[in-house]
Every structure is written in structure tokens, then in C-alpha cells.
Design a binder for this molecule. Sequence first.
Ligand code: FES
Ligand SMILES: [Fe+2]
Length: 471
Amino acid sequence: MSDNCTGDCSPRLRRDEASEPLPFLDSLMDFERGRLSRRVYWDSLIYQHELEKIFARSWLFLGHDSQLPKSGDYLTTSMAEDNVIVVRQKDGSVKAFLNTCPHRGNRITFSDMGNTRSFICNYHGWSFGIDGALRGMAGQELFEASGMDKKEHGLHPVAQVASYKGLIFGNMDPGAPSLESYLGDFRYYLDVMLDMDGQGTEFIGGPVKSIINCNWKVPTENFIGDIYHALWTHDSAARAILGGPVSPVYEDTDSYHVNHNGHGWEFNLDTVGNAATLGDKEIRKYLYSIQPLVAQRLGELRSKMIGSISSATVFPNLSFLPGQNTFRVWQPRGPGKIELHTWTIVNKSAPEDIKERWRKGAMLTFSPSGIFEMDDGENFEFSTRSNGGFVTRQQDLYMGLGEGTALPQSDMPGNVFRNQVNEANHRAFYQRWLDLMKARNWAEVPVRDTNRLDEAAFKHADAANVAKDAA
Ligand code: FES
Ligand SMILES: [Fe+2]
């Protein structure tokens, strides 16, 4: 983890005092009875607190290393509603800054991405280095005569920037735990996507951006563990691609929900089930061809997850689908609206032809015109919109599916539950949400999940893999 503040761009603005937690939070959910208040989807007061207590404190996805290969490469993205510039430094590190000028607040850059030696504000022409420092301005001597110290007026830095196996994250809270600790044992599962063969991953194309009129938590819940909907919602689209009916499996001894720190992954062990929905057998062949290497590096179990029927969310709003390889952030834009950013993620070492097949497959299934995305978008919008009625919004929702399915003796890390058709990950997501919404700072966030794999185990596994790769 690296601190993003440098001498040139130290934050001069005092953080606002945190607002008091909302008094009614405990009444919004009852984990024992599997109840959730619809208020979490429509209340603008809750949404404003989410911006502060969830998004301004959590590690949020900023970009992939492959998007910023050279010094001066930058991209712009959002950390919830805060627009930020993410830029590769001369020393190879990455820094991030609010994309707003500290003079009169104009937006600094309007590009999605590019390469530059400096950023220049359109309004009065202040110029900033890629390290965020204020370099110069028209009429500089007048500012100096006013007693202004340039060092205090750089771009406002994102407090922490760190990466995990190619994924760059930022955190606005200097008091937040490290990214390693935030991800914890969930890294064991992330490696299924990020570290199949030791060569890393890359994004191809994107972001594809679209607007969906839904609350950000609706799709987040969907991807954290809702295979249940796929058996019904996506049945006709799946038939069109697979050429026959999908036989629903509601009780499956070889499928799981796992979660840790509010992140969740549901999965089957069928190796290529998700990939099969792309309708391209070359992709399945590729996955089978690398499975032995994955088994050698990550073990038999994880080698069966590489393209299986599965979905995952990193708390709070980063989701992906192994197999279809869509990778996405649900950017909140108010209680009833999101901007969805998606990319296709592939193994860097995959043949070019396979990468292109994956890009097309992801467009066919999970893009604004994708057959599964259209199914989902309609559900997301109506699940949000129908909560607006005065009487409707007072009715609770059920999220108790799979109570009693925990497998505390499992060898797998994290909290493990049997059966993919489950709502265990929904409940874990909302427990984390509630913990953060109630806490005044990170010190007050209860530690519910201790790591079952310790740091040494992760480091040892990494070192062993490096040694194997080198051999
Ligand atoms: S607002 Fe940016 S230079 Fe004035
Ligand atoms: Fe879906």
C-alpha cells in the first residue's frame, strides 16, 4: 500500500466531521428472520449517508494496470459521485486525485483516458504535474503577492491507492485498513480470476458505459450470489444460445456461497458453465487447456471455478462473472440511478484469437445490447421503482434463503455455505453495510471475519508460484 500524499500536494482541507449515524439503521434489517426494509433502495437520506459512510471509506476499484502501461498514462473514473484522475507516475507507482481544480472548482480533464505531462484547467489555465502539484498559473506574481503558497494548492489526492494483482483501488479515508486486510481471505478466490497462470490479466476494450435506473445495491446483490434468478430470468436467452432448456438445479452438493468482509462469491465446480453461455466452444477448449496448470498453482478446487457457473462482488460495488469475463462497477448516481462501467478481462497470455472471441462473447451476453444484460436491467429497474409507493415501501422483503447452511468446518477460507441457490452472501453484504453505516470511523467497524489463511500463507503461496513459474 502506498500513501498517495506527497510534499507537493498535501491535503490542506480538513475533512468534515463525520455525520452521526442515522438512528433507525437497526430497524432496516433482521438477519435472524431474513427481513430487509425496502427503504434501503429509495431513501435519499440513506443514499447521502452511503456516499459518506460506505463509499468515502471503502476501497473502490479505479482501474487495471493494463490501462496505464507508461508514465503519464491516465484515466478518469468515479469513486461514487466523486470524479477522479488516476495517473501513472514516473517511478511506476499510481496516484489518484479529485478531477476538480482547487481554484474555482472546474473539471480538470474531460477525457476518459490519455497520456500527458501535465493537466491544465480550462478556466484560468492553472497547470498541474502528474504528481498533482500546482506547477504554474497565469499572473503567478499576483498570487505570490497575495501570500499564496503554491504547495498548498495541488490537486486533492485520494488518500490511499494500492493494487492487488493488476487491480488498482483507491480509498478516500486515510484511516481505512490496508487493501490486503480489506480483501483478506477473499484474495484466495480473487486469484481464480486474476492469477490462473502467473502471467496476469488485462482489460480489452471498454469501459462500455450505460445508465440503469436502479439503486446500486440491486445489481450488487444480484452478482454477489443470485444464481436463483438465472434459472428463471435468463431461461429463454440461455435456451437460444445453448439450444435447449437449462435444467434447474436447486439443491447441489458441489456448489457454494462464500463471503468475507462483505465480499461474496457463489460458485459451482463445473469449470466452464458460465463460459458455455458465450456459445463458443474455442473458449471452453482454452479453459480446459489451462486447467491442469491452474490445478498445479491454485489446487484442484479452484481450477474448477475458472469459468464455472458463478458470480462475485467485491464490497461495495465491483462485480464480475468468471467465464463470461465481464468485469463491472455499479457507479451510484442517486438512490434510483447507476452508471454501469464494464470491461472484458482476459488472461494476458491467452491467444489473441481467444481474447477477441471473449470480447465478442461478453458483448453478446453482458453489454447494453447483451441478451442477459437486458433481462437483468429490466428486473433491476422495476425492483427499484416499485418501492416508491407509500404503502409499498413499508413492506419488508425476504432474504432468508439458505439459513442454516453454513459449513464452519470447511477447508475453504471465508464463511462457507453449501448450495449456490442461497442468500447467505446477501445477508453478509448487508451486515457489512450496516456495520459501516453505524460506525463513525473504521475503528468502530466490528471485525467479524478473521482470516483463515494468514498473510504468511498468502505470501508463501505467491513465492511458491513464482518459483514454479521461474522453473
Ligand atoms: S478554475 Fe481552474 S484555473 Fe481557475
Ligand atoms: Fe442475471
